[in-house]
Design a protein around this ligand. Structure first.
Ligand code: C2E
Ligand code: MG
Ligand code: MG
Length: 714
């Protein structure tokens, strides 16, 4: 049982398999027959001579005849004239190479329009047959051919139009290959169309180095060609021209990409006009740098970018030291040239993404974006500082410049670009306070100080009207005999909220705001009136002198001399009583103007003293030319002359200088007897200081004048 079953089990599958194979074959034939009968594709069996031996209904439909009428006919009879020769070669090829061959041909039908077909022919493997035969598969490609022809027509049409177009036309294939370039490319770029066709890289290289990446992004990248700005090309002769790209993606009838067609319109003229316009509106005409409007706009943009990307940026406010002096001494033409050169030098120190601007005068602002660290910013400031120090030619003269730098670093909570700029200005002024060639980084304490300055500046305007100012007088003594020789008038401010303010707190503010002019007039008038009164009330004191301080701004006032004359007249004070004290820095910073002013004051009969002598830097030739009466040794030297050999030497030098110039010398700030003794030994004639008397108010002076106790102490 077991064996039988085993035996049967071996025979049965063999029979099943044969049956199954037959079934499969029949079903395959059925299916194939279905295709053969119903497919739109034509299946033809051709004899070695090219005659049709068999044809399916699809082939009959393509050839425009009944299948039975086809048998025995050579297939090439159905083809158009040109295709016949080609078809014969096609069959030869299939025979020779023994592999499928394809060709395209046009079928001329008895009825209906001609059809375009593709013919794929292969040698039919029939080992039983004596003659060789071909299987030829024919497919209708009329539609595709029509589309291709239409495309060719439109390309030709485009070419005809583009060839005559004024603009530069281009067509790039889907892979970026140059399909077409119009002859007008030569008008715009100087390169002939042929040159672009022969050198595929030229179409990219013709763009300006800085614009190539943009161009690539817009042609091959995700960006729209129409988006974005005009681009620069560099023509064959090296000139930069501007083009505006306008383009569209071209699609075939089936939606397939046929590449990108675009126009490069030459917009150089328009661009130049725009630039000119921009220059007029947004540029500083002297240096070509950005002006205030553009600078503020860029700061606004930088602030927005910094907020978005958390990036660092910095603002540098730079003011040239003593530029007024350079301008006045060299003349405006050379002054302008110096400013233009400064602009160029700053530009050299920064990157193209930074903005350098000038706000008129000698103020430059540098906006630096995408800073990696604050150290980097300071490095750039130092570089600018070094580059500015290098001597530059102005006319015949070599000048070397320095500047003060206020730096503001982001991030910070700046509301508006103006606020940031204001902080940079504040930092720059803080730098100026420390002298020349200084750098200061903004901090909030500076802002507090600036606010305080602003408040004082405001209050100062009312101070005079509201009688908050008053004068103190500090006596000056002859060192040889200890006799009182005069007074220096010193202004004070009784501020309603802040109490008594010394002049050091408000005179510099008044100087900057311009309030000093009014303040100075008040001081001069009040001092002269008081002195004239004392001369009447206390005639026994003889010709006491009155020293009044005159600031740099007052000195440059055109009406100063007239005002002094009119005050002398209205108060009746004889001119020789009055000594005007100007600081060394004030006269030397504008020596020519000072010389003329001092000359006219001298002509009035008024004396002139140089105050705080030794703290500025004097030109000896000017000192000789100025009509001076007195040098006042700055108290910083006097106060240290007993402990510092250097200070002592300076004091000695100033005294000798005064003697050489045959003018008087006053030591300021004498506090100790040892200083007084040293000064006497050195031959200093006059002294002023707490050792003798502090500044006193009018009543105290009057009391002393009436009591005759004005004696040098000791
Ligand atoms: P200055 O003209 O050099 O005045 C001398 C200053 O030294 C005064 O300071 C005076 O109080 C001070 N002083 C006098 N003796 C001594 C001393 O022994 N030791 C020390 N440490 N100081 C002494 P003050 O009154 O504070 O004035 C400061 C400056 O303010 C003046 O320096 C002057 O440049 C300016 N100033 C004062 N009044 C006027 C004014 O009416 N107009 C202008 N433009 N400036 C003024
Ligand atoms: Mg003085
Ligand atoms: Mg002084």
């Amino acid at each position: 049982m077991h064996n039988l079953r085993k035996h049967q089990g071996g025979l049965m599958p063999c029979m099943d398999r044969a049956r199954k194979e037959r079934r499969d074959l029949e079903s395959f034939r059925d299916r194939y027959h279905q295709y053969y009968v119903f497919a739109p594709t034509g299946y033809l069996i051709l004899g070695e001579d090219g005659r049709i031996q068999e044809a399916n209904p699809g082939a009959a439909a393509l050839l425009g005849a009944e299948p039975s009428a086809l048998v025995g006919q050579p297939l090439h009879n159905f083809l158009d004239e040109t295709a016949r020769v080609a078809f014969k070669e096609h069959l030869d090829c299939a025979l020779r190479l023994g592999q499928p061959e394809t060709c395209e041909a046009r079928i001329m039908r008895k009825f209906g329009p001609p059809l375009d077909v593709s013919l794929a022919t292969s040698l039919l493997q029939r080992p039983d047959a004596e003659e060789r035969a071909y299987l030829c598969v024919a497919a209708d490609i009329t539609e595709r051919k029509r589309a291709e022809a239409a495309l060719k027509r439109s390309r030709d049409l485009y070419r005809t139009v583009a060839d005559h177009s004024f603009d530069w036309e281009c067509w790039l294939g889907p892979a970026g290959e140059l399909l077409y370039i119009s002859p007008s490319c030569e008008r715009v770029s100087g390169y002939a169309a042929r040159e672009f066709q022969e050198d595929p890289g030229l179409l990219e290289r013709v763009f300006h180095e800085d614009d190539r990446a943009d161009w690539r992004r817009r042609v091959f990248g995700a960006e729209d060609l129409l988006q974005g700005q005009d681009l620069r090309i560099v023509s064959k002769s090296g000139r930069v021209r501007w083009v505006s790209p306008v383009g569209t993606q071209v699609e075939g009838p089936g939606g397939e990409s046929l590449g990108l067609r675009f126009t490069l319109r030459d917009v150089t003229e328009r661009k130049l006009m725009e630039q000119q316009l921009e220059r007029a509106v947004l540029r500083d005409p002297l240096t070509g740098l950005a002006n205030r409007t553009l600078c503020l706009d860029r700061i606004g943009q930088a602030m927005a970018r910094s907020r978005r990307h958390n990036s660092l940026f910095a603002l540098i406010f730079l003011d040239i030291d003593r530029f007024k002096f350079i301008n006045d001494s060299l003349g405006h033409v050379h002054g302008d040239a110096v400013l233009a050169e400064v602009g160029r030098r700053i530009l050299h120190c920064v990157r193209s993404l930074d903005t350098v601007s000038r706000f008129g005068g000698d103020e430059f602002i540098v906006l630096m974006e995408e800073q990696n660290s604050h150290k980097e910013t300071i490095r750039v400031v130092r570089r600018i500082q070094q580059v500015l120090r290098l001597p530059l030619k102005a006319g015949q003269r070599d000048v070397s410049l320095t500047a003060c730098y206020g730096v503001v670093l982001s991030p910070a909570e700046y509301g508006r670009p103006e606020d940031m700029l204001q902080n940079a200005t504040i930092a720059m002024h803080a730098a100026k306070e420390n002298g020349r060639d200084r750098i200061k980084v903004f901090n909030s304490r500076m802002l507090d100080k600036a606010v305080e300055r602003m408040v004082l500046e405001n209050d100062l305007e009312q101070a005079i009207q509201n009688n908050q100012l008053f004068l103190e007088f500090q006596p000056v003594f002859g060192l040889e005999n200890g006799r009182l020789t005069g007074f220096e008038a010193l202004v004070r401010w009784r501020h309603p909220r802040r109490g008594l303010l010394p002049p050091t707190r408000f005179v510099p503010i008044a100087e900057e705001s311009g309030a000093i002019v009014q303040l100075g007039r008040w001081v001069l008038e009040k001092a002269c009136r008081t002195m004239a009164e004392w001369r009447k009330r206390f005639p026994g004191w003889g010709d006491l002198k009155l020293a009044v301080n005159v600031s740099a701004r007052q000195l440059s006032q055109p009406s100063l001399v007239e005002h002094v004359a009119s005050v002398l007249q209205s108060t009746g004070l004889p001119p020789h009583v009055l000594n005007l004290e100007v600081t060394e820095t004030a006269v030397m910073s504008n020596a020519e103007v000072a010389e003329e002013k001092l000359g006219r004051l001298k002509a009035l009969g008024v004396g002139v003293a140089i105050d705080d002598f030794g703290t500025g830097y004097s030109s000896m030739s000017y000192l000789q030319r100025f009509p001076l009466d007195i040098l006042k040794i700055d108290l910083s030297f006097v106060s240290r002359m007993d402990v510092s050999q250097e200070s002592l030497e300076i004091v000695r030098m100033i005294i000798n200088l005064a003697h050489t110039l045959k003018i008087g010398v006053v030591a300021e700030g004498v506090e100790k007897e040892v200083q007084e003794k040293l000064l006497s030994t050195l031959g200093c004639e006059f002294g002023q200081g707490f050792l003798f008397s502090p500044p006193l108010d009018q009543a105290a002076i009057e009391e002393k004048l009436s009591g005759c106790d004005f004696e040098r102490r000791g």
